[in-house]
Design a protein around this ligand. Sequence first.
Ligand SMILES: NC(=O)C1=CN([C@@H]2O[C@H](COP(=O)(O)OP(=O)(O)OC[C@H]3O[C@@H](n4cnc5c(N)ncnc54)[C@H](O)[C@@H]3O)[C@@H](O)[C@H]2O)C=CC1
Ligand SMILES: CCCCCC(=O)/C=C/C=C\C=C\C=C\[C@@H](O)[C@@H](O)CCCC(=O)O
Length: 256
Amino acid sequence: MALDGKIAVVTGAALGIGKAITETLLQNGAKVALLDLNETAGKSLMETINKLYGQGRALFLNCNVESEEQIKAALQKTAETFGGVDILCNNAGILNERTWEKTVSINLVGVIRVTYLALEHMSKLTGGRGGVIVNTASMAGIGPLFSCPVYTATKHGVVGFTRAMAGASTTSGYGVRFNALCPSFVQTNLLSTLTSELGQFANLAESTQQLIDKMGILNVSDVAESVLELVTDETKNGEALLVFPKGKNYMTFPSL
Ligand SMILES: NC(=O)C1=CN([C@@H]2O[C@H](COP(=O)(O)OP(=O)(O)OC[C@H]3O[C@@H](n4cnc5c(N)ncnc54)[C@H](O)[C@@H]3O)[C@@H](O)[C@H]2O)C=CC1
Ligand SMILES: CCCCCC(=O)/C=C/C=C\C=C\C=C\[C@@H](O)[C@@H](O)CCCC(=O)O
């Protein structure tokens, strides 16, 4: 799938991995709607992008993925401004084991909410052109992180949702591919604030730090390059792409 003229929506686009995904999609010719609840960072990024890539390539929309109303409005505005939706990157996420219901609401329910509303614009069954959805899960969506059980559960949920939606799409004819991105540790705010967010599992911070030291830390641009692969390679559907500092590989699941 070539990206020239394609229209992408990225959630959690203002900072971290979402910002890098946005930049990579723009560098490859897409127009991007940046959805985030951080208005200051989002607007500033949009201004920088439009100076760098030309006016009208990016649109910031203040959108909390917990709000059905805000998601609907953001998708409608994207479709009206750019002319449809071809690519969705469900990337917004938090790690907080104290406010764990919020972690579930953003990381898992948010992905489902945005997906269902975006499919109204993307699915060939409802007048869309088809396209691709990439969900930012995590390596914690494949193997558990002991210091954050709820975060782990949400990411396992995202991987399962992605794989089931890929099958539903193929079987029903949405014309939309679904893939999950599963990076190991990445240098972002989420990682640097980790120890204060573990709640009752704070005693496990040290062993998690040992795991981080052992596995190493990715930079956001490596992760964004993997998103580009999942977006452009039309053979990929229902995949979970593991990304490590030393490389990447597609997860093989047992066939039941
Ligand atoms: N940093 C890491 O080590 C890893 C992160 N991930 C996942 O990558 C995704 C992005 O995380 P990072 O870039 O690391 O985090 P980050 O904290 O640097 O950036 C997250 C972005 O999402 C936005 N956001 C948060 N809640 C939101 C909401 N309710 N609605 C809309 N936007 C919201 C924030 O304002 C921010 O711009 C998350 O889903 C995270 O779980 C996955 C594997 C590793
Ligand atoms: C705790 C910080 C989470 C930061 C964001 C994120 O999603 C990063 C995930 C990175 C790697 C996950 C690896 C999981 C490995 C486990 O399945 C197992 O090998 C080790 C478990 C031991 C432990 O948690 O201490």
